[in-house]
Write a protein that binds this ligand. Structure first.
Ligand code: ATP
Ligand code: MG
Length: 274
């Protein structure tokens, strides 16, 4: 398995929509975790049209962390996304629940990186950087962190400071190589190369602007099928490229850990992965 996190600096660039779209296009079974402390469970409300009762999710994992076995509890709270290889851990219903899950992040990060090598990959919607109770430990434990950004000047300007901050923080614990950009709507107006140049971070994916497909994912369609628009066509190859990038980083971490060439914190995490 590998752990991929999607996050943003500001302005709702499309993290949740893209996380679900990538998960449904992922080349392997995938566990999608809504870890956005802003709450509201947008995937249950959107893709699922609010139909599944919101009686299990991240809050239950916080309880399991306090009183039970977190690893087992994950299997108990997942909601299968029909006709896909995706299972979902829904997020907190309201931001008032966020403090209850904040204590969960370090242990959840350890459990996720320690999941069975043959188990599903994990994609986490981490919401916006800088939010209080943001799941920072999961970002630090990830094999790939995707900073989603639109291509407008205000979006680039906000993301720029956060990209530097993330890179510095990851570098301090022996990481940084796993951070990349996910450009949503390149060419509106700036191109991928310009966004990359301004942010100084590699581009791991660029997904076209396609309101119809994005709304189909964001709000859920009656048919529950993705349309054949540009975004639908781009999701599969983008998911494959990101899955491969994350798996490569995972393998590199494993060999660095074996040779003892890691910062202690990450080496400890890695020990749990085997
Ligand atoms: N590739 C795309 N093309 C067009 N619209 C998109 C695209 N991706 C997402 N959107 C639209 O952007 C809006 C915001 O999407 P979403 O809720 O996923 O953003 P977010 O980054 O998760 O926001 P928040 O930070 O508030 O959680 C939605 O209306 C969605 O349909
Ligand atoms: Mg979101």
């Amino acid at each position: 398995m590998s752990l991929t996190v999607l996050t943003s600096a500001s302005g709702a660039p499309g993290v949740t929509t893209t996380a679900l779209g990538l998960a449904m296009s992922w080349p392997r079974p995938v566990l999608l975790i809504d870890a956005d402390p802003a709450g509201g469970s947008p995937i249950l409300a959107g893709w699922f049209h609010g139909r599944p009762p919101h009686h299990r999710g991240l809050l239950d994992l916080a309880m399991a962390h306090a009183y039970g076995d977190l690893r087992t509890a994950i299997q108990d709270v997942v909601i299968p996304v029909p006709d896909t290889q995706v299972t979902l851990v829904s997020g907190v219903r309201s931001p008032t629940h966020a403090p209850a899950v904040a204590a969960l992040w370090p242990e959840l990060a350890r459990v996720l990186v320690g999941l069975d090598r043959t188990g599903p990959d994990v994609i986490v919607d981490a919401g916006r950087l800088g939010a209080s109770q943001a799941p920072q430990p999961i970002l630090e434990a990830a094999d790939a962190v995707l900073l989603a950004c639109r291509s407008t000047l205000p979006a680039i300007s906000t993301a720029r400071g956060w990209a530097r901050d993330l890179h510095d923080r990851f570098s301090a614990v022996g990481g940084g190589h796993h951070l990349g950009l996910l450009v949503i709507g390149p060419g509106r107006p700036f191109g991928t190369a310009e966004v990359k140049g301004a942010l100084g971070v590699p581009v791991l994916g660029a997904l076209p602007w396609d309101v119809r497909t994005a709304q189909a994912i964001h709000l859920g369609e009656a048919s529950r099928r993705l349309t054949h628009g540009p975004l639908a066509r781009a999701l599969r190859p983008t998911a494959e490229a990101i899955a491969s990038f994350a798996a490569g980083n995972r393998a590199r971490l494993a060999s660095a850990s074996v040779s003892g060439d890691r910062a202690p914190e990450l080496a400890d995490d890695q020990a749990g992965r085997r």
